[in-house]
Design a protein around this ligand. Structure first.
Ligand code: GRF
Length: 231
């Protein structure tokens, strides 16, 4: 039985598909917790209805409070900004911009809180199911304790390496592609760059709209993610 933790930001339809696959035996596993960066993520209700424990780390609040008073930032004790910056390809000697500093500090605070919540459960695999926050090496290295066994998976709404970023279906459609798709991959330090586990594609026809492209894609995501988790 794989113990699966999930992070979400939105409607949680992929989470629902994963929970269903666990119930139906298509995944030999169970979801053990669901976390979100948004208190109003509809997926949290889906998890709670299944009796699963949930938690929220409110990224927006953390970012706003840093903007108001950067000096009061409650940094995790084990956070070394230069080490994390260097792992992200930023200058490791503290010469990065204020914007990068704000990003690294606020994410470390948020990620330390995610880790503290997650520490309550044993889990083998962490699935990002529509989690719309970039995770930094501070978090990734504390979950991937063994670098040879990555254990954070993501689903992306495009055929990577095309169209990384937050709007894969929109970017695919606007580019005029005749094929769209989705990708499940392990995450690394880059944006949607980690090793690919599985992909599915669909045709885009002249009568498609951005909405129908998203619908076609999501239906494939619900099949692909459980298959990749089981694999
Ligand atoms: C999906 O399209 C996924 O590929 C992307 O975010 C969306 C999440 O949808 N990363 P849902 O919350 O699972 O319904």
């Amino acid at each position: 039985m794989i113990r699966i933790g999930a992070l979400i930001s939105g409607s949680g339809t992929n989470l629902a598909a994963i929970m269903r696959a666990c119930d139906e035996g298509r995944i030999d596993g169970k979801v053990v917790f669901v976390g979100s960066d948004k208190p109003d993520a509809a997926g949290l209700d889906k998890a709670a209805k299944k009796g699963l424990p949930t938690f929220v780390v409110n990224y927006k609040e953390i970012i706003e409070s840093y903007k108001k008073d950067p000096d009061s930032a409650d940094l995790p004790q084990d956070f070394d900004i230069d080490v994390i910056a260097a792992r992200m390809g930023l200058p490791g000697d503290g010469t990065f911009s204020d914007r990068d500093r704000a990003f690294l500090v606020t994410r470390a605070i948020a990620e330390a809180r995610l880790l503290a919540n997650m520490a309550k459960w044993d889990f083998d695999l962490l699935v990002l199911a529509g989690f719309m926050r970039k995770l930094t090496p501070y978090f990734i290295d504390r979950v991937n304790i063994d670098p040879l066994h990555p254990r954070i998976m993501n689903i992306h709404p495009a055929i990577l390496p095309s169209f990384p970023g937050t709007d894969g279906y929109g970017d695919t459609f606007r580019y005029g592609c005749r094929v769209g798709g989705c990708t499940v991959h392990f995450i690394d330090y880059g944006e949607d760059t980690g090793p690919i586990i599985g992909q599915r594609c669909f045709s885009i026809t002249p009568d498609d709209t951005i909405e129908t492209v998203k619908e076609k894609g999501l239906m494939l995501e619900w099949e692909l993610y459980p298959e990749c988790i089981q694999l």
